[in-house]
Each structure stands twice: as structure tokens, then as C-alpha cells.
Design a protein around this ligand. Structure first.
Ligand code: TRP
Ligand code: ZN
Length: 862
């Protein structure tokens, strides 16, 4: 490495030297030589500011004038253009040349399968022109896009104000966005698409034109995303009183994209995987993901775009809040319980691990080398949990009052997390100073609980203790909202009244230790602790199996019922790891049996109750992950559930009618069918084989993949031919092939490594496409524990080899793919050493990207 990348600190924030009155951009598009002309008007923020330092990366500077006069006294280095002796107000014109066709980083202006598109968050605009590429520099953009006639659609933010032909045969379109915005929200798209059009009438009666651009031929897969958009627009009006503000809202789906989607003002750009769906090609989960991401990007229009971030350390201001909003959207439209299960799974599988590893950071980070590395589960998901805690402390009305004040105060501004909390606090007249610690602490806090019941006085008392995270031992006490429910022996809710006058069911733990007393409790109750996961903590609480089964039956929160079952399974696994016994407690088997005896209510929820906790969640119970024991025990428990309940699984499966509806009922049926088939495949007989074969050729992708997943879990003899058939059927559809790649990557047989290697040369595979890489290698590293964590290190070698290549092709994707290596210290000596040596290979690279540098350095430190 030539120079060590430099870190930036939140504490060093200084306001920009200048502001920009307006900018006009002209793009003359061409794959290898796109000419960008930027004309802007700058005003110094103080009389003494005569120097301006602009960001710019990988740019070819062609021309530079200030007030029409060519400048030659500038200073240019790898990432800055420094100007000096400037007047307080001046016009700047900069021409730069860029090479979109060779931009494989998918940041800045690049080509996705021929179409030109941009990705500017977080710091991609500097790959387009020299600018103050920071979110607190907002201006009004006018953008002229010029391209050859065979590129019909020329798009940018805002409204189209002009279009026409040029004398040289090219054509152009000019766009104007009246809302001031930071550079990261700029977007341009130019390509040939099919367009799905629609309209939306806002609550105040304005007509908004909606347009969804997809690759030619994909129109039949566009309606679900369009419906999701309209639902999101309506929901934001009813739940948050927020209306859309431009006359047109566009979404473009592209195949090459690093993340899910991007909220560029009026012109969202989406990973095509987060747009396209029909029953034949997309699973029920895909439908759900599309709805939530379309919602997420739409909700950013207020929380992100109208009110943006002062600096990137404040990322959670827009992301945590917008994830909270999209979670609420999904919960209001669908099942609250299932959505909560998803959210908590993301926290336990990924965020807790991040919080315990070398990349642990607060939701508002304090030190950053490469901003792209901080689009994390901590900033997004824990950030959303922090917003959710505010919501449960203030209630819906109080929260909405806070939102109203936040928008009133900061519309059009670049704000901070402190501004947000201040609005919540002022609107509700509450002191949130202790609560704000959640923004600056890292690591996962542990909540311990003990209870006593005194029959004489009929008093139930709950003592709560918070223990700071191991990697943050001096953390002062947090304000932890602990929601509870007390159940009596019959499963009825006991109304709460206690000495410390708790208005609702949310206790506020603000000290290291506090005792809460409940009067007039007739018999010892069963407590549902941390109902709905009311704060993002780990819980230590001894509760007997009977009490947990009581919760499973009677808790009012669907989430908490599921949680009880997860705890039951988790405890069984932990006990098995610590003993010789592999027998699953018969009371647990019986609990599953009684769930299967009456498959009523929400079948999707029922199906979730019957699934063991995943490997990551179980691993978080141990300081050193007992890889082999966990793999063996999970297998063994699943096998027992399959064998002991075979007739029940069979009956459930046989009685569920094939249901192709996309509504909640259909989703529930397919979910329970798939779970049943997953277990049945492990005890297959002729009848079950026939079911598997039939499901594997279903026209419904959820059913089809469910069958394949079941076969993979059981290493079933029908798997090979089913996979071959799938490959033959779907080679023309790469998004569907991603499901096939993922399934191949999860196969458990001894040929797994050789097969994986051979798939790198499959005609559909492409290392420069993040979706393909995630499907094949991401699934392998996350979901094939047996082979990724092979003791011979071959699994690690495959990921290490890939990372070396991705470092050059797409550092942002490389950095995301690196994540499994970050927790190397949680593995036994031999595995840890091998993971570490893969990290060392990267550290030794002469051209290691900033993205990988930051994570590799942290991982290897100490
Ligand atoms: N702001 C986007 C979102 O959460 C995230 C995003 C999309 C992104 N593409 C990116 C972040 C590229 C960094 C780099 O909706
Ligand atoms: Zn977002």
C-alpha cells in the first residue's frame, strides 16, 4: 500500500467553506469517454474563505474556468482539486472525462448491461465531477443528458423541462429538480427499457405520474413493485401525514447494483432482484422483500431527502428511521408478528455478531475510514430498534408529535441525530438525555432478571439488572424499555398495577439494577419478559420449560410465542453441547405435536414455530463456536422431529390444499407445506418422494424452492436430477438462476467443494455481478456451515481467493463478502488460524482497497 488510508472522526466536523447556489450538469454519454460539464455558482460562507478544496476520484480533468477565465494555478492530487485566491462569489465551470464502461465498482457513473446509471451514495458523485461531495452541501440541480438515438430514455431527478434532437444526430433531455439536495441523491439513467406507467392521487388531490423502467421483456414482472409503491404512498399519508412532493416518481431496475436500492430524489434506482416478481420466478419472501424495499426507498423522500444528514456519521438518522418506517409499513399491511420475527432474526443473526466483533460501532459511528463500510446492520437495524424504543416510550401519538416537530424544524436541512431526539423530546416534554446513550454506545447489553412471589402479601417482584457489553465494560446505564406481560395459570392477562406507577406494560430500567413490584397478584404469574423484543439486548433469565410452554400457548404477542419456542430449542441445543445426550426432550416433541394437531390461525406463524434457531443464533450462545457439535445436534434434533412426528407432518401436508393465491392465506399454506416437506424429506418413503417430485416441478417458485430446500437438507436422492432440470429450465433468467446457485452452494454432500469450484465457470456466473456473487459465495459462507467451516480450510480458501479478485473488481462488494471472516476469533484454534491467514493474504496485497483495508486491519488487530 502506498499511503495508509486516513480515518475521519465525528468530533472533527466543520461546516463547509462554501455553499452552492445552483449547478447545471451536462452529460455527453459514451461508454468509454463520457464528457461531463458542471457549471455552478459558489458563495463563500465567510469573508476569509478564498480557498476551495473539491473532491474528485478517477477523473480526467479537461477544462477548468472561474468566472469564465481558465485557471492554471490549481493543485490536483489523487482525490482533491484545490483552488485558491477565489472571490467570495464565483461561477465555476469544470469539464471532466470518465469511463463508465470500465467502471466495475458500480459507484459513480457506470454501465449495467449496457444501460448508463449512477450510484452516488455515499461518496460516488466525486467519480463524476469535482464537487464538495458531502451531504451538508445542498443545491438545485439542472441536468442535460445527451446520447445517441438508440438510447431512448434519458432520465434524471425532478421534472423533464426540455427534450429534442441535436444537429449531430444525438438527442437530449433536460431535467430540473426544484428541491435542494446533496450530491449523493443525484441520479442519471440512460437506456432502453419497457415502462410500466400508473398514477397516484395524493391526499391533497395532486396527480403524480408513476413510471417503472425494467429491461425489455420484463413488464409482466413489474406490477407487484408498482402496487407496492402505491401502497407505500398511501400508507405514508395515513400513518405519518407525509405526502409526495414532485409530479413524477420513477423507479429503474438494473442488474448490476451493490445494494438493494437507492432513494435518489424522484428517480430511485433498484437492484432488479428487488423489483421483478411473478409467481413462477419469485418466492413469497421475494414478494415481501420487494414490498418493503419499495416502501423503504419511498419513505426516504421525507426521512433522508427532504431532511438529509449533516454528515455521514449521522447515517442512522435517515436509515434507522426509514427502516423503522418500512417495518411498520410491512406490519400494518401484513402480519405484525412475522415482521417482528424477521427483524429480531436479523438482529440476532447479524447485528449481535457485528457488535461483538472487531467492527463493533455505535449506531452513530465516531470513526470511519471508508463510509461504504458503515451501511451495516448496526446503523440500519439496531438504528431502527433505537427508534422503536422511542416509539414505545412515547407511544404512537407522542412519536407522531415528535415527527411533526422534526419535519417542521428541519425540512430542507441537513440534520443530526441530536436534532431528531431533540424534536422527540421537545414535542413530548420529556427528558431523553439518558436515552441518547444508545447513539454512542457499541456492544450488546445483557439484561438479567430474577423474580420472587410472596404468597402472603400477594406481591410479585421483578429485579432487572443491566450488564454492559464485554467490549464496552465502562458503559453507564442505558435507559432500557422492558415490555412485559403477566399471565395467570389459565393463560389470562393480569392487569398491571405497581408501586412505581407504570402506565402501560413498559417498565423503564434506568439504573444498573432496579426492582419492580406488582401488587394483588393472586397466584405466581408467568412473565413474558421483553415482550416484542422491546429493546435490543440479550436476556439472561432462568425460566422453566413449563413456563415457556405456557407462554407459547397464551402470550398475546405472536412474536413472544415464537420467542418462547426459540428459547426452548436453544436451551435444548446448549444442554446437548454440554453433555453426551442427543435426545430431544419429549415435552418439546409433544409441544410440536400439539401445534401440528390443530394447524389453525396464521399458518406462516405456525410454520415459524416449528423451525429450529439457525446456526448463527445458536453460535452466539458460546464464546467459542462449537461448530461440529452444533452441526451434529441441529441435524440430530431435526431428524428426531421428523421421525417422531412423521404421521403428523404427513397429515398436515396431505391436508393442505395447493393454494396459489398471493394473499396471506396462500403464503401461510405454502410456508407450512415447505416446513412439513423439509422434515418429511428426512424420513422419505415412496409417498413423500412423490410429493417432493411434484413440488419440485410446481409452477409456483415458493413451492418449487421449498422442495429443493427439503432435498438439500436431507441430501435426498432426487436432488441431483431436480437441480439439473431447474438449470435447464431457467438459464435465460439470471435472477432465478441466483436461487439455483444459492441452493447448489448449500449442498452438504462430500462433493460440495468441487461442485462449488466448477460453478465459477457456469455460463450464468459472473464475478462482476454482486447478485451472482452473493447467491453463490454468500450463501455458501452463510448457509453451508459444514463446508464453509471445514476443518481442512478449503471453504475459507474459496472465499479468500474470491476476495483477492473482488478487491480489484468491486471493493464495496468485496468488503461485504468479507464479513464471515470478521468473527474469526469466535472459532477454535485451527479454524481461527486458517481464517486469519486468509485475512493476512488480503493485508499483504499491494493495492488493498480502503474498503477491505479498514476491516482487515481491525480484524487482525490485537
Ligand atoms: N441509501 C440506500 C438505502 O438504504 C443504500 C444504498 C444503496 C447504498 N446503494 C448504496 C449505500 C451504495 C452505499 C452504497 O436505501
Ligand atoms: Zn435506506
Amino acid at each position: 500500500m502506498s499511503t495508509k488510508p486516513q480515518a475521519k472522526y465525528l468530533k472533527d466536523y466543520t461546516p463547509p467553506s462554501h455553499h452552492v447556489e445552483s449547478i447545471e450538469l451536462t452529460f455527453e454519454l459514451s461508454p468509454n469517454e463520457t464528457l461531463v460539464t458542471a457549471r455552478s455558482v459558489w458563495v463563500a460562507n465567510s469573508d476569509t474563505a478564498t480557498a476551495l478544496s473539491l473532491d474528485g476520484v478517477d477523473l480526467d480533468l479537461v477544462e477548468l474556468t472561474v468566472d469564465g477565465v481558465a485557471v492554471d494555478s490549481y493543485e490536483l492530487n489523487e482525490n482533491k482539486l484545490n483552488l485558491s485566491e477565489l472571490p467570495t462569489r464565483f461561477r465555476l465551470e469544470i469539464k471532466t472525462k470518465i469511463d463508465p464502461a470500465n467502471n466495475t465498482s458500480l459507484e459513480g457513473l457506470y454501465q449495467s448491461a449496457g444501460a448508463f446509471c449512477t450510484q452516488c451514495e455515499a461518496e460516488g458523485f466525486r467519480k463524476i465531477t469535482y464537487f464538495l461531495d458531502r451531504p451538508d452541501v445542498l443545491t438545485v440541480y439542472t441536468v442535460k443528458v445527451i446520447a445517441s438515438q438508440n438510447i431512448p430514455y434519458l432520465l434524471s431527478n425532478g421534472n423533464k423541462i426540455e427534450e429534442g434532437q441535436l444537429s449531430d444526430g444525438r438527442h437530449f433531455a433536460t431535467w430540473h429538480d426544484p428541491y435542494r439536495k446533496p450530491s449523493y441523491l443525484f441520479a442519471l439513467v440512460a437506456g432502453d427499457f419497457d415502462v410500466l406507467k400508473d398514477t397516484f392521487k395524493t391526499r391533497s388531490g395532486r396527480d403524480v405520474e408513476l413510471a417503472l423502467f425494467v429491461d425489455k421483456g420484463n413488464l409482466p414482472k413489474a406490477p407487484h413493485a408498482m402496487n407496492s409503491l402505491k401502497a407505500a404512498m398511501a400508507w405514508d399519508e395515513t400513518r405519518f401525514s407525509l405526502e409526495y412532493d414532485l409530479d413524477i416518481y420513477m423507479i429503474v431496475a438494473v442488474d448490476f447494483f451493490n445494494m438493494g436500492a437507492m432513494e435518489n430524489k424522484g428517480l430511485n434506482i433498484f437492484n432488479s432482484a428487488c423489483v421483478l416478481a411473478n409467481q413462477e420466478t419469485a418466492t413469497d419472501r421475494d414478494y415481501h422483500t420487494i414490498e418493503s424495499i419499495v416502501g423503504h426507498e419511498y419513505f426516504h423522500n421525507w426521512t433522508g431527502n427532504r431532511i438529509t444528514c449533516r454528515d455521514w456519521f449521522q447515517l442512522s438518522l435517515k436509515e434507522g428511521l426509514t427502516v423503522f418506517r418500512d417495518q411498520e409499513f410491512s406490519s400494518d399491511l401484513g402480519s405484525r408478528g412475522l415482521n417482528r420475527i424477521d427483524a429480531v432474526n436479523a438482529m440476532r443473526m447479524h447485528q449481535f455478531a457485528e457488535d461483538e466483533g472487531p467492527m463493533a460501532h455505535p449506531i452513530r459511528p465516531e470513526k470511519v475510514i471508508e463510509m461504504n463500510n458503515f451501511y451495516t446492520v448496526t446503523v440500519y437495524n439496531k438504528g431502527a430498534e433505537v427508534i422503536r424504543m422511542l416509539h414505545s416510550l412515547l407511544g404512537e401519538d407522542g412519536f407522531q408529535k415528535g415527527m411533526l416537530l422534526y419535519v417542521e424544524r428541519h425540512d430542507g436541512q441537513a440534520a443530526t441525530c441530536d436534532d431528531f431526539v431533540a424534536a422527540m423530546s421537545d414535542a413530548n416534554n420529556v427528558d431523553l438525555s439518558q436515552f441518547k446513550l444508545w447513539y454512542s454506545q457499541h456492544g450488546t447489553t445483557t439484561l438479567k432478571a430474577t423474580t420472587t412471589y410472596d404468597e402472603q402479601s400477594r406481591r410479585y417482584s421483578l429485579t432487572l439488572t443491566q450488564r454492559p457489553p464485554k467490549n464496552n465494560a465502562s458503559q453507564p446505564p442505558l435507559l432500557i424499555p422492558v415490555a412485559i406481560q403477566l399471565l395467570d395459570r389459565n393463560g389470562n392477562d393480569i392487569a398491571l398495577s405497581n408501586a412505581s406507577n407504570v402506565a402501560n406494560n413498559v417498565l423503564q430500567l434506568s439504573d444498573y439494577e432496579q426492582t419492580f413490584e406488582f401488587e394483588n397478584i393472586q397466584n405466581e404469574p408467568v412473565i413474558v419478559l421483553l415482550e416484542d423484543f422491546s429493546s435490543p439486548v440479550k436476556v439472561q433469565f432462568e425460566q422453566c420449560l413449563e413456563d415457556k410452554l405456557h407462554i407459547l400457548k397464551f402470550a398475546r404477542s405472536d412474536y413472544s410465542r415464537w420467542e418462547a419456542m426459540q428459547q426452548i430449542f436453544t436451551q435444548a441445543v446448549v444442554e446437548a453441547v454440554n453433555s453426551e445426550s442427543r435426545d430431544l426432550d419429549s415435552r418439546i416433541v409433544d409441544a410440536c405435536k400439539s401445534l401440528l394437531e390443530k394447524p389453525v390461525g396464521d399458518l406462516a406463524l405456525l410454520s415459524e414455530l416449528l423451525v429450529l434457531p439457525n446456526f448463527e443464533t445458536l453460535a452466539s450462545q458460546f464464546d467459542t463456536t462449537p461448530v461440529d457439535a452444533l452441526v451434529e445436534i441441529i441435524d440430530c434434533f431435526e431428524q428426531q422431529l421428523a421421525e417422531k412426528l412423521k404421521p403428523y407432518w404427513s397429515t398436515v401436508y396431505a391436508n393442505l390444499m395447493e393454494n396459489h393465491a398471493l394473499n396471506a392465506e396462500g403464503v401461510g399454506v405454502r410456508s407450512l407445506q415447505n416446513t412439513s416437506l423439509y422434515y418429511l424429506a428426512k424420513v422419505s418413503d415412496a409417498e413423500i418422494d412423490a410429493w417432493l417430485e411434484k413440488a419440485a416441478v410446481s409452477v409456483n417458485m415458493t413451492t418449487k424452492l421449498g422442495a429443493l430446500r427439503a432435498m438439500v437438507g436431507a441430501s435426498h436422492s432426487l436432488l441431483e436430477e431436480s437441480m439439473t432440470r431447474f438449470d435447464g429450465q431457467w438459464r435465460h433468467d439470471l435472477l432465478v438462476m441466483d436461487k439455483w446457485f444459492a441452493m447448489q452452494a448449500m449442498r452438504r454432500d462430500e462433493n460440495a467443494i468441487a461442485r462449488l469450484k466448477s460453478l465459477f465457470t457456469h455460463p450464468c456466473f459472473d464475478k462482476s455481478n454482486p447478485n451472482r456473487v452473493r447467491a453463490l459465495i454468500g450463501s455458501f459462507a452463510r448457509a453451508n456451515v459444514r463446508h464453509f467451516h471445514r476443518i481442512d480450510g478449503q471453504g475459507y480458501q474459496i472465499l479468500g481467493d474470491l476476495l483477492l479478485e473482488l478487491n480489484d473488481i468491486n471493493p464495496q462488494n468485496a468488503s461485504r463478502m468479507l464479513t464471515p471472516f470478521m468473527s474469526w476469533k469466535r472459532f477454535d484454534g485451527q479454524r481461527a488460524e486458517q481464517m486469519k491467514s486468509q485475512l493476512q493474504r488480503l493485508a499483504d496485497l499491494p493495492n488493498l482497497s480502503d474498503d477491505l483495508f479498514e476491516k482487515v486491519e481491525k480484524a487482525l488487530a490485537g
